[in-house]
Ligand binder design. Structure first.
Ligand SMILES: [Zn+2]
Length: 234
């Protein structure tokens, strides 16, 4: 095998690994974003359950104030009843008292309903809290794993780049350029083995003459179909 082909094969091996690392590195930010969104969604679900409890607290305060003002009114009506000498006015006040007391009972019923709702929400919230905490811990672990993966990939990328430089020494600039172009345009395979006179890159049969040229290993031979550098596998 030609010395230059051996070097190009070594280069291609490093470049293919580099390419895989780079594609993985490129996906890491999206994966991080997706995980962070999961945490935010789970927090939002928990917050929703808590919001209803807060709403109920506000509603209850409003109802308490309403009930208190009705009770105050009942007190006033009763005082007025004691002061009046007119039968008609006394009866009218008695009706007012009755109506206010009825309203107070309705408010108290509503308060009981709300308290019941809170009691039902409590276990739901504590379940949501547990789920959220678990989910958050799990995702944080995944995120830490992603950070470690990035550090590792960065280190291995630097190693490969340094290693790769060993195989460009003594190779013609033109040959290197052509190799780079092929590597980019042929999806990471610039060189292709020739097997039974078939280029394994494009699966086309080459002419006998091309086959002989590759076998003689005197010069770089390109596949007439796809342009890849042909070599005989060892
Ligand atoms: Zn080909």
């Amino acid at each position: 095998m030609l010395d230059v082909i051996e070097k190009l094969l070594a280069l291609q091996d490093r470049d293919q690994r580099l390419r895989a690392f780079q594609s993985e590195l490129a996906h890491l930010p999206d994966e991080r974003k997706a995980r962070e969104k999961q945490i935010a969604n789970s927090a939002a679900r928990l917050e929703q359950a808590k919001t209803r409890v807060k709403e109920i607290e506000v509603e209850k305060k409003t109802l308490e104030l309403e009930a208190q003002s009705k009770r105050d009114a009942v007190g006033r009506y009763k005082t007025q009843q004691l002061q009046t000498r007119k039968n008609e006015e006394y009866t009218a006040l008695a009706h007012e008292v009755e109506a206010a007391e009825k309203a107070i009972r309705a408010i108290e019923d509503k308060e009981l309903d709300l308290m019941e709702e809170v009691e039902q929400l409590k276990p739901q919230i504590s379940a949501a809290e547990k789920i959220h905490a678990g989910e958050k811990a799990k995702i944080e672990q995944v995120l830490a794993g992603l950070d470690a993966r990035k550090t590792n990939l960065d280190a291995r990328t630097a190693e490969l780049k340094a290693d790769r430089a060993r195989f460009t020494e003594g190779v013609d600039e033109d040959v290197l350029e052509r190799y780079e172009r092929l590597f980019q345009t042929k999806n990471g395979t610039a060189l292709s083995p020739l097997e039974h006179e078939v280029c394994m890159g494009c699966h086309m049969k080459v002419t006998t003459q091309t086959g002989v040229q590759v076998k003689s290993a005197k010069d770089i031979v390109h596949c007439p179909q796809c342009g890849r550098v042909l070599y005989l596998p060892a």
